[in-house]
Design a protein around this ligand. Structure first.
Ligand code: ADP
Ligand code: ZN
Length: 433
């Protein structure tokens, strides 16, 4: 079983917690140098902290705090120490900016390198990084980690799908990183270009940056005949490298020497017991330029185990797949639902292609929910009965899952809009009457 840093990755829990307390104290002391936290933390005496749980004495930091303190409000080092700026994608509003020192880039790249090695990828692999470079952290984050591992790294970025395929072919790419929606699209273009996605040298895929279901992972694995690993992170906490799956694929290990995790009730902020689903709240423990305390990620998940050693030998906590952001929750006809539940149902039908859209409209004073579904070409052979039956089956399965009866609209293969980065799955037109 390969490790990048076996000592730290398998550190006994009590030692890991001791390390967290020490780093938490240092982080709080450091935060007091920033304009934003100076005031916030004036009543906090970090020298009294004895367990990682003492973090709960500190107030939360929200995305709005970061926006209000744009640009250097959370920075704790002189500007000349900063070597890099990144930004969130701005999926939920104005983007936030994050700064790094040289040491921060080193630490971050080490964390990413750990993730890569954990999946079985190694120096001998050829790595194609099929994701946006630039302010978005997915590109440079994985890039630096992959170079640390020593892989031949192809910074192909997102888009230009035919060239991606050409690069894969010409340079015998064995590992890729992409959003799940885009890599599924790449496979469709391969087929159109008369390639078999299985004929490439690919063996491992890293997918992340957007919610996706277990069924979607399995699809990617089947289509390419590879192993696919879930990658979680966000720019506010560096980017990729926060949590990643190991070869067991039973939850993502969150690197607790660098991140202190809490799961809270998103409405009340109350800290939940291990195993309960809630919003991930994360404190950075090894960041210099811009440490963040108790960051409300907005992402919903749960701790898969606590303290139990994973069979890979790593002691760091595992979190479940991300269900979505708190604000991804749709309220339709008074029912709360996450798009990921609809995706799970859709992907269990082999006739259904990977791209879909959920459209919400208001008819009179009632909400309506339409699921636009792409079907594989073989379904359009003139057999209407077959389509009717499929429509009824999908409608029933979704209704069983979410209570609401959806309208199902079939679309031709590859006709719905696609994105090279984060997929846009929900079109909510209810405001536009
Ligand atoms: P933005 O928050 O503006 O989209 P980022 O580009 O930093 O900016 O994206 C981070 C967010 O992407 C996370 O907070 C989470 O909602 C989502 N995300 C990242 N990785 C995953 C993943 N593996 N599964 C589900 N969602 C993810
Ligand atoms: Zn493991």
């Amino acid at each position: 079983m390969p490790f990048r840093d076996k000592n730290i990755e398998t550190l006994p829990r009590d030692e890991l917690e001791k390390l967290q307390v020490k780093r938490l104290k240092d982080t709080v002391a450091r935060c007091k140098k920033s304009i934003f936290y100076r005031n916030r933390l004036k009543d906090i005496d970090e020298s009294l902290f004895t367990t990682p749980k003492d973090v709960s004495m500190i107030p939360f930091t929200t995305k709005d705090d970061l926006r209000a303190n744009y640009d250097f409000g959370l920075v704790t080092v002189p500007k000349e120490e900063i070597v890099r700026m990144h930004s969130s994608s701005g999926t939920t509003g104005k983007a936030t900016v994050i700064f790094h020192t040289r040491e921060d880039i080193e630490t971050w790249s080490d964390l990413v390198a750990r993730c890569i090695v954990m999946t079985g990828a190694c120096k001998a692999d050829v790595f194609q990084n099929i994701i946006s470079y630039g302010l978005f952290t997915g590109g440079l984050g994985l890039h630096y980690g992959a170079e640390k591992v020593g892989m031949l790294t192809i910074p192909s970025g997102a888009g230009n799908t035919k060239r991606q395929i050409q690069l894969m072919k010409d340079f015998n790419t064995t590992v890729f990183h992409a959003t799940p929606s885009y890599i599924l699209y790449v496979s469709e273009v391969m087929v159109q270009e008369e390639f078999d996605p299985k004929e490439f040298d690919l063996r491992i895929g890293f997918v992340g940056a957007e919610p996706h279901s277990e069924q979607t992972r399995q699809r990617i694995e089947d289509i390419y005949d590879i192993n696919v690993f879930n990658s979680y992170g966000m720019s506010e906490l560096n980017g990729p490298g926060v949590a990643f799956e190991c070869e067991e694929k039973s939850g993502m290990h969150l690197w607790e020497d660098s991140y202190l995790l809490e799961v809270v009730n998103p409405d009340t902020g109350e800290v939940l017991a291990p195993g309960e689903e809630g919003e991930l709240v994360i404190t950075t423990l090894s960041r210099e330029a811009m440490p963040i305390l108790r960051y409300r990620t907005g992402d919903l998940a749960r701790i898969v185990d606590e303290g139990d050693k994973c069979s890979c030998g790593r002691t760091h906590v595992r979190i479940s797949r991300i269900k979505g952001r708190c604000d991804d929750m749709l309220i339709v006809k008074g029912v709360n639902l996450y798009p990921s539940r609809i995706e799970e149902v859709l992907m269990s039908f082999p006739e259904v292609a990977a791209n879909y859209q959920i459209v919400l409209e208001r008819e009179g004073c009632l909400d309506s929910l339409t699921v636009r579904v792409e079907l594989y070409p073989k379904m359009f052979d003139g057999d209407l009965r077959k389509l009717k039956k499929l429509e009824a089956d999908i409608t029933k399965s979704i209704q069983d899952e979410i209570i609401i009866r959806p309208r199902i609209e079939f679309h031709e293969y590859r006709s719905l809009p696609r994105s090279e980065g984060k997929a846009v799955r929900v079109v909510d037109m209810r405001g536009e009457i």
